[in-house]
Every structure is written in structure tokens, then in C-alpha cells.
Design a protein around this ligand. Structure first.
Ligand SMILES: Nc1ncnc2c1ncn2[C@@H]1O[C@H](COP(=O)(O)OP(=O)(O)OP(=O)(O)O)[C@@H](O)[C@H]1O
Length: 608
């Protein structure tokens, strides 16, 4: 395994410190806009709380300053207390308001976060589901998806970080304002004391992101390896082929590669932390020294000095919070950018085919010189294929592995659009038709079909409207000879077909394939495509399915891709594909008597 993680260019590589900090306002705007779309009431509540926090912090400090005069002045304790009482009452109310607004802000944040996370998460899933299928084959698509997942994860803490950042900023500005009124020199010194910590936090976030970025591809592969190693689906193959140690070795190797990058960054983050603490400490010592000097030399009164101590403490706490939460918001902004970039990319890759609609019955599907090349490939998988399919006819597609049969079915169903040439349904070019209207008319049994971890009934009806009784479900089940097998399940059609889940049951490979066929038949589609539909079935099952295909073919266009050439007897036409092109076409009798590839493959299959 020589996979080496590579994911484009780190967008932070060329960005300076100033540019990094200037992202904060736009990120805050973006977070607010996202939250606004989720719950306007909660956002308004949050903003009100922040305003209350700021105002009460200012009132608290001003009232403290007012209370300090009488408290530290002359007279009896009772007199001093009596004189300070109104200011102390204001201090108490302002403190209570601060606490209450923090609690309400937390409540508002809890109202926003779960729904915002769900909305973002669902948007990510939807954008992946909705892209043109060809996007999956483009380089780096799944890496970019992996990077976007981190943005979704960050939405858990994003609103909280932004809210705390804003609250601390407001508190800092008001407390700092009060401090500047007390003595204009105090604030700049205090800012200098916290600035190095701010710079350190942003630089550390930058290092963390660099590591995250370098690890994206490895984490993606590790995630896949984890799934392959642990899913019961491949458990037999992994064990009986002695692959456990091999997979575990690579899982560990990938984890170690990820760890090594993180470890290599540790000395850098230590250097940043030590230097910023040193600079911050020096400026803080200067701040306290300055305050002491002002008080000792009588330049400020003791009452003002005492208030300044409270103001410095408040501003310092708020500043630290601004730094910590600002760095967190900045950090989030990096992941949000990845997420947004993925959403934008996915939106560009979403089908934009046109408003035309395809409607049943589908009388004719025509391919005119259809050509398709997979992204990054230099040879077309389907190369200039022309074909006409009519309602009531069965077409069999045969050919050696990799000759383009499955790709041809993807072109006919509009899963991929032809790069060159045209495919029309009832005269409508599907490149200009809404794909949903096309897929309303198709039923596909793919070569690799899904084994849905749902009940037996939903495995037949999946995605389809269902009548209240099971009559049509049983019809589809009977059509593939599965009635007995379903009756044998512990709860019949209600049985959950997922071995991994408690109470779930499992089917055999051939039974799963029969169910995949029943799913396509249940749709009663105008175009039925079966790609190797009986590869896992016993001869009775195979015979039954082909009988059924023939019996229901009058009402639809049917395409069967198969390597069992005997099965092509039911077809009205057969096409033989080689290297993406149709090299022979005709009926079963025509092709068996011609001295071509079909006759050759048939001879070989009968020779065994
Ligand atoms: N998702 C994909 N991305 C890139 N190339 C692909 C993809 N799927 C198929 N190909 C390539 O396109 C060519 C045709 O593949 P296709 O699956 O259509 O062949 P096939 O005739 O159905 O083969 P088989 O009989 O093995 O099922 C092959 O060279 C294959 O490597």
C-alpha cells in the first residue's frame, strides 16, 4: 500500500497573521447569519443578553468606584456603610443582571446549536446525495468531503464560542472604558499584557489547522480501512483470507502517520506558548507596577486605586476570554471555509440539465453516437454507441469485463450524461430533462446491489409509495420466488434484515439478489435494467427470473446485461460490446451462427 496523503494546497500557507485576524468579523457575520436562519428569536435573545452584560459590567464598575469613596473614607463603619448603600445596591443589581444574562444567553445558544448542527449536517449529506454521479469519480472529492465533515463537527461549539467571544468583547470594552477614565495609561498596558496571548492562540490555531489539513487524506483512508476491517459484511473474507493482521497493521500505520504529524508540531506550539506567556507576563507585571506606583506616589486616591484593581481584574478576565474564544472562532472559521468550499463545489456539480420532463409510457429510447469518458481517463468507456430501444422489446448487452456494459446502462438511465452524442427518451434529450422525471421511469438492479439494513418489506418497497395492504409487495416477492424464504423469517415481512442489529436476521447472497430484483419489479418501471441480475442465484431462481422478465416485458423496455449467454435467448436483440464500442448486433440465432465474438464466448461457456 503506497497511498500517500495529498490534499491540494493548504489555503493558510500564504496567508499572513493580520489577514488571519481580519477574518474574525466576517466569520462572526457568517455564524450570525447561519444562526439567524435557524432561530431568529434565540439570536435576538442572545444579542439582548450581550447588550445587558456589557451595560451591567459598566454600571457595576462605576457603582464600585462610587461605593469605594465612602467605604475607604472617614467616619464610623455604620455611617460609611449607610453612605455607600445606594451604590452597593446598584452593584448587587448589576451583578445579578450579569449572571442572569449569562444564563439566558446559554439557554438561547442551546436553542440554536442542535438545530444548526442538524441543518448543517443534513445539508452536507444532501449535497453529496445530489451531485452528478460523475463527481464521485473526480480526484479529491471524498477528501474534500472529509474536510467539510470537520466544519459540521465545529458547528457544535461555534455559536457558543462566538457568543462568549462577543460577550467578553463587550465586557472588555466597557470595563476598559471605565479603566481609561480612572487613568488613561492603564488600558494600553493591559492590552499589551494580553496581546501576546492572543497572537499565541491564533498562531497555535494555525498550526493545528495545518496538521489537520495535512492529515485529511490519511484520515479519510483510515476511516475507510476501519469500516472494511469492522463491518460484518466482509468479516468472512477478512478472516478466511488471513487479512486481519494486514488490515490492522495498516490501520495502525495510518494512525501513526497522523500522530507523527501532530507530534512534530508539538515543539512549535510549545515555543509559541512560552514566548507569548513571557511577553504577556512582562507587560502584566508592568501594569501592576504602574498601578502600585500611582497609588504609592499619591497620584491617584486609594478609592480610585481600589476600583482600578477591580477594573484591571475584570478587563483582564474579559480580555483572556476574548483571546481564547476569538482563537476558537478563528479556528472554526478555517473549518467553516472548507465546509463552504465543499458546498459550493457540490452546488456546481449538482445536475443542471433543464426543465424538460420525461413521462411514462416510454415508447422509445434512442442513443446517437453516445460517448463517455470517466474523469481522468484517456480512453472512453463507451465510444460512439448508437442504439434504438422500443417499448415491448428486450435488449441483451454482452461483452468481456471492462467492455463498457455497465457504463452504457448508466448513460441510458442518465446517471451519467454523455460527453458526446445524444440520448433521447420519447424524443426528449435527457441532458436537458429533470433527472427526477427520468428516474421515476427506471428500475435498476445493479451489479453491486445494496443490502438495506431495513425490514424485508422496505427492502422491496424502498423509496416507493406503498398501499396499506401488502398485496403488491407479495406479488413482487412471488415474482422472484422468495415467499417461502420470507415466511421462514421470524417476523415475515416485518423482519429486520440486518444481522448487526439486535433482533435482525440475515439472508443468503442469492436471496439478497432476489430481493434486489423484486425491488426493481415492484416499481413496475417503463425502463427495467438488470445488470447481472442472477449472478448469485441457483438455476431454478435464475430460470424463474428470466421467465418473469419475459412475461412482463410487453409493457416496458428491458435491458439485461449478462455473461450467461444462454440467458440472452429471451432477448429480441443482442449487442456485443468491445472496448466501449458495439461490435456485433443481432438476434440469438443470428449471432450464434455468425463467426464472431458472441459465438466464440458461447462456445467457451459451453466447453467448460
Ligand atoms: N466509476 C468509475 N470511474 C472510473 N472508471 C470506471 C468507473 N467505472 C468503470 N470504469 C472504467 O470504465 C471501463 C468500463 O467499465 P464497465 O464497468 O462499464 O465495464 P463492464 O463491461 O460493465 O465490465 P464487467 O463485465 O466487469 O461488469 C473500465 O475500463 C473501467 O475501468
Amino acid at each position: 500500500m503506497t497511498y500517500s496523503g495529498h490534499y491540494s494546497v493548504n489555503p493558510l500557507g500564504q496567508v499572513g497573521f493580520g489577514a488571519l485576524c481580519s477574518r474574525l468579523p466576517s466569520v462572526l457575520r457568517r455564524i450570525t447569519a447561519m444562526a439567524w436562519r435557524t432561530d431568529r428569536g434565540a439570536v435576538l435573545l442572545l444579542l439582548t443578553c450581550q447588550l445587558v452584560t456589557g451595560v451591567s459590567a459598566a454600571v457595576l464598575l462605576a457603582a464600585t468606584a462610587r461605593a469605594m469613596g465612602p467605604l475607604l473614607g472617614g467616619g464610623t463603619v455604620a455611617d460609611r456603610l449607610h453612605e455607600a448603600l445606594p451604590a452597593l445596591a446598584v452593584v448587587a443589581v448589576a451583578s445579578a443582571l450579569t449572571r442572569a444574562s449569562v444564563a439566558v444567553a446559554e439557554y438561547a445558544e442551546r436553542r440554536i446549536t442542535p438545530r444548526l448542527t442538524t441543518a448543517t449536517d443534513s445539508a452536507l449529506v444532501e449535497s453529496v446525495c445530489r451531485v452528478e454521479a460523475a463527481a464521485y469519480a473526480t480526484d479529491g472529492f471524498s477528501d474534500r468531503q472529509e474536510a467539510a465533515e470537520m466544519g459540521v463537527t465545529r458547528t457544535h461549539v461555534m455559536v457558543m464560542d462566538a457568543q462568549r467571544f462577543m460577550a467578553a468583547l463587550i465586557k472588555m470594552i466597557t470595563a476598559g472604558g471605565v479603566l481609561s477614565v480612572l487613568n488613561p495609561l492603564m488600558l494600553p498596558l493591559l492590552l499589551l499584557a494580553v496581546a501576546p496571548a492572543g497572537a499565541g492562540a491564533v498562531l497555535t490555531a494555525r498550526v493545528d489547522y495545518e496538521i489537520h489539513y495535512a492529515n485529511v487524506a490519511d484520515r479519510n483512508v483510515r476511516g475507510m480501512t476501519r469500516w472494511w476491517a469492522t463491518t460484518p459484511k466482509y468479516g468472512d473474507e477478512v478472516r478466511a483470507n488471513g487479512m486481519t493482521d494486514y488490515i490492522l497493521y495498516w490501520y495502525r500505520a495510518l494512525s501513526e502517520r497522523v500522530d507523527q504529524r501532530s507530534l512534530a508540531a508539538a515543539p512549535r506550539t510549545l515555543r509559541i506558548a512560552l514566548l507569548s506567556s513571557l511577553a504577556g507576563g512582562a507587560f502584566l507585571a508592568a501594569t501592576w507596577g504602574m498601578l502600585a506606583w500611582l497609588a504609592v506616589t499619591g497620584r491617584i486616591e486609594p478609592a480610585i486605586a481600589a476600583t482600578a484593581v477591580v477594573a484591571v481584574q475584570t478587563t483582564l478576565a474579559a480580555l483572556s476570554q476574548v483571546v481564547v474564544n476569538g482563537a476558537a472562532v478563528f479556528h472554526t472559521s478555517l473549518y467553516l471555509s472548507d465546509m463552504q468550499a465543499f458546498f459550493d463545489d457540490a452546488a456546481r456539480r449538482a445536475p443542471k440539465r433543464g426543465p424538460e420532463a420525461v413521462r411514462a409510457p416510454v415508447e422509445e429510447i434512442r442513443l446517437e453516437e453516445a460517448t463517455y469518458t470517466y474523469p481522468g481517463k484517456d480512453r472512453p468507456a463507451v465510444d460512439g454507441v448508437s442504439l434504438t430501444l422500443r417499448r415491448g422489446e428486450i435488449l441483451a448487452v454482452v461483452g468481456v469485463n471492462g467492455s463498457g456494459k455497465s457504463t452504457l446502462t448508466r448513460l441510458i438511465t442518465g446517471i451519467y450524461l454523455a460527453d458526446k452524442g445524444r440520448i433521447t427518451w420519447n424524443g426528449t434529450d435527457i441532458a436537458h430533462a429533470d433527472p427526477a422525471t427520468v428516474w421515476n421511469c427506471t428500475g435498476l438492479v445493479p451489479q453491486i446491489f445494496a443490502q438495506w439494513p431495513l425490514r424485508a418489506r422496505e427492502n422491496v418497497t424502498l423509496g416507493q409509495p406503498r398501499s396499506t395492504d401488502d398485496r403488491e409487495v407479495w406479488e413482487a416477492v412471488d415474482a422472484v420466488g422468495m415467499r417461502e424464504a420470507i415466511d421462514d423469517l421470524p417476523a415475515g415481512l416485518d423482519t429486520l434484515l440486518a444481522r448487526e442489529i439486535f433482533g435482525g436476521a440475515e439472508l443468503s447472497g442469492g436471496q439478497w439478489q432476489r430481493l434486489a430484483c423484486s425491488r426493481a419489479l415492484y416499481r413496475r418501471p417503463p425502463l427495467l435494467i438488470l445488470d447481472e441480475p442472477t449472478s448469485q442465484m441457483d438455476p431454478r431462481g435464475e430460470h424463474g427470473i428470466f421467465e418473469k422478465i419475459k412475461a412482463i416485458s410487453g409493457d416496458r423496455i428491458t435491458i439485461v446485461v449478462t455473461h450467461r449467454l444462454e440467458n440472452t435467448r429471451i432477448a429480441d436483440h443482442i449487442v456485443v460490446m468491445e472496448r466501449g464500442r458495439i461490435t456485433e448486433r443481432g438476434t440469438y440465432d443470428d449471432l450464434t451462427h455468425a463467426d464472431g465474438t458472441f459465438a466464440d464466448l458461447l462456445r467457451l461457456s459451453q466447453d467448460r
